[in-house]
Ligand binder design. Structure first.
Ligand SMILES: NC(=O)C1=CN([C@@H]2O[C@H](COP(=O)(O)OP(=O)(O)OC[C@H]3O[C@@H](n4cnc5c(N)ncnc54)[C@H](OP(=O)(O)O)[C@@H]3O)[C@@H](O)[C@H]2O)C=CC1
Ligand SMILES: O=C(O)C(=O)[C@@H](O)[C@H](O)C(=O)CO
Length: 277
């Protein structure tokens, strides 16, 4: 069965299953990538204050002329903006750069447990959602222990946990815990750059068998395994390729061969020690 192109992440909030990743894109390049992406049907833009590209993303969205309710924007609260007052102020700055009055999904970028501010930050996200400044709230790079603390102290589970995931770095413990808590797993680094996944002989063999590209095979694996994806490309021609992952299938044998590529900790960024500020 073909996967849905939208999924429900919260009451009345539906999110595209494929979006545009924007880390390391900015300025004229980001404008032209988003112009092309929005023109061929992408409707989700993943940005973050840490990427310093929200202004260009906002300009591209405005130039697209698309109605506000037809596109979906995710941004993130970076490390040094964690904590009650800083978080609200940071979202205000992001909204101004994005030229929007609300985002669709607001994430805590990294838990930074050594700072011990992620629960206070989460409480602020709940308040920002209740004020209509974001339609849904979630986290990124949160391990089960961090999520359990949010739920225990606030009673509110994230709608989404954006985590590193691809066939080579599957992060199965995090994905399984997300599933148990009914939290959607959105995959960052979906193409497995750090692991040179697209060059792997199994990926290439499956791609040849189904007459698709290695990137399409990997992105289709994600949808079959219930992840949504936000691949990044600075190559305009690849945008259409990365979106053309519906209406065809991988069979169980293909999926199981890709499942077996997991390298465990190899290539995995440890969420608890990453110091992205
Ligand atoms: N929450 C978090 O902590 C994080 C979130 N992210 C988000 O996730 C997004 C995606 O992750 P990212 O790390 O960029 O990695 P990706 O898995 O999206 O890989 C990007 C790389 O793959 C290449 N590529 C893209 N499409 C194709 C294709 N069809 N064929 C061959 N190569 C291709 C790109 O090359 P080229 O550009 O030259 O086309 C680029 O080198 C980020 O942009 C960001 O929005 C990322 C990291 C952490
Ligand atoms: O792109 C992001 O959202 C990130 O957080 C990355 O910079 C991430 O920190 C990373 O790749 C660390 O190695």
């Amino acid at each position: 069965m073909a996967p849905a192109q939208q999924l429900d992440i919260a009451d009345g909030v539906s999110m595209p299953t494929v979006g545009v990743g924007t880390w390391r894109l900015d300025g004229a390049l980001l404008l032209s990538i988003l112009d092309r992406a929005l023109g061929i049907g992408y409707r989700l833009v993943d940005t973050a204050s840490y990427y310093r590209n929200e202004s260009a993303a906002g300009a591209a969205l405005k130039a697209s002329g698309l109605a506000r309710n037809s596109f979906f924007v995710t941004t993130k609260i970076r490390g040094y903006d964690q904590g009650r007052e800083c978080t609200a102020r940071a979202l205000g700055h992001s909204l101004r750069r994005l030229r929007l009055d609300h985002v669709d999904l607001l994430l805590i970028h990294w838990p930074l447990p050594m700072r011990d501010l992620y629960v206070a930050t989460w409480e602020e996200l709940i308040a920002l959602r209740d004020r209509g400044l974001t339609r849904a709230i979630g986290v990124s790079n949160f391990e089960p222990v961090h999520i359990e603390r949010l739920v225990a102290e606030t009673g509110v589970a994230p709608a989404v946990n954006q985590i590193q995931c691809n066939p080579a770095v599957q992060n199965n413990a995090m994905r399984q815990h997300n599933r148990i808590r009914k939290i959607h797993s959105q995959a960052w680094e979906p193409l497995g750059n750090r692991s040179r996944l697209l060059e792997h002989q199994v990926v290439r063999a499956v791609a040849e068998e189904v007459r698709r590209t290695p990137a399409q095979v990997v992105l289709r694996w994600h949808l079959a395994r219930h992840n949504s994806v936000i691949p990044k490309t600075a190559t305009p021609q690849r945008l259409a390729e990365n979106l053309d992952i519906f209406g065809w299938d991988l069979d169980d044998d293909h999926l199981h061969r890709l499942d077996r590529l997991d390298q465990g900790a190899e290539g995995r960024v440890d969420p608890a020690i990453n110091l992205v500020e």
